[in-house]
Design a protein around this ligand. Structure first.
Ligand code: ATP
Length: 247
């Protein structure tokens, strides 16, 4: 990691419920920006909307990073920016060819290889806990339907070494977060679009906004909102409670 290591304070836990939960609690008691919690075993990993993230020891990378932005920085697009860092880190350890699914998934051959969960620290709107889970191998204990939609780095050969991948991830996260902090998602958007899994594809969005919406996915704007072309009219969709599927 070189100089980048000085920007991180890394704690490796043998086991915890959720690295995001542990780090949110530490953030509320004043943990500094750059605090990282890695779990060798994560027993109750979280996705969005209270969904579960499955992991098993030795098969999964599960970690969270606390980042405190300057007041006035809008976190819009943060989870997309993190996706770019993850894709670049994977490429750096020989696992290129991943794609990004809006708003927070890393795909390999159309299946989910990793997920990102950004949570704002209560009472500190400019502090974000960034949780990342990546499958080295498919974790034990996944329900069949989740397993069928999941990918692992080990497919077709050996998975990269976990420590090499952690080092690559933290290095890329540092670069990406510094760019994000100074120039916002707009500066990262071209690289996100270069990895976009569904550019100009027909997709269905479902969420709490009413019936599912179908349209052509036209990428994202400079805030990271999805641009959905519905019969020639482009709608801007914010990521909150929305799931995207190929139609
Ligand atoms: P989507 O956008 O795909 O509808 P989501 O973004 O809301 O889902 P996340 O919050 O990122 O989903 O992750 C939780 C979901 O990911 C779970 O409900 C499960 O379907 C799937 N999942 C859980 N663990 C894994 C894993 N290790 N690998 C791949 N997929 C997983």
């Amino acid at each position: 990691l070189g100089d980048a290591a000085r920007r991180f304070d890394i704690d490796v836990l043998p086991s915890c419920d959720s690295t995001n939960a542990v780090l949110l609690a530490r953030a509320e008691s004043g943990a500094p920006s750059g605090t990282v919690v890695i779990a060798e075993e994560q027993t109750a990993g979280r996705g969005r909307r209270g969904r579960s993230w499955f992991a098993s020891p030795g098969d999964s990378l599960t970690f969270s990073l606390l980042w405190r932005f300057a007041p006035g920085t809008a976190p819009a697009g943060l989870s997309l920016a993190v996706g770019v860092a993850v894709a670049r880190a994977l490429r750096g350890v020989g696992a290129g060819g991943t794609a990004l699914k809006w708003p927070n998934d890393i795909l390999k051959e159309g299946r989910k290889l990793g997920g990102i969960l950004v949570e704002l620290v209560p009472g500190a709107p400019h502090a974000a806990v960034i949780g990342i889970g990546i499958n080295l191998r498919l974790p034990a204990g996944m329900p069949d339907e989740v397993r069928a939609a999941s990918a692992a780095l080990s497919a077709g050969g050996a998975a990269p070494d976990a420590n090499d991948l952690y080092a690559a991830l933290l290095g890329e996260l540092l670069l990406t977060l510094e760019t994000f902090a100074t120039a916002g998602f707009a500066a990262i958007r071209p690289r996100w679009l270069a990895h976009h899994a569904h550019q100009d594809a027909r997709v269905t969005l479902s969420g709490d906004f009413g019936p599912p919406r179908e349209g052509i996915c036209r990428g994202v704007d400079t805030d990271g909102a999805l641009l959905l072309d519905v019969d020639g009219r482009v709608e801007r969709i914010l990521s909150g409670e929305v799931s995207l599927r190929p139609a």
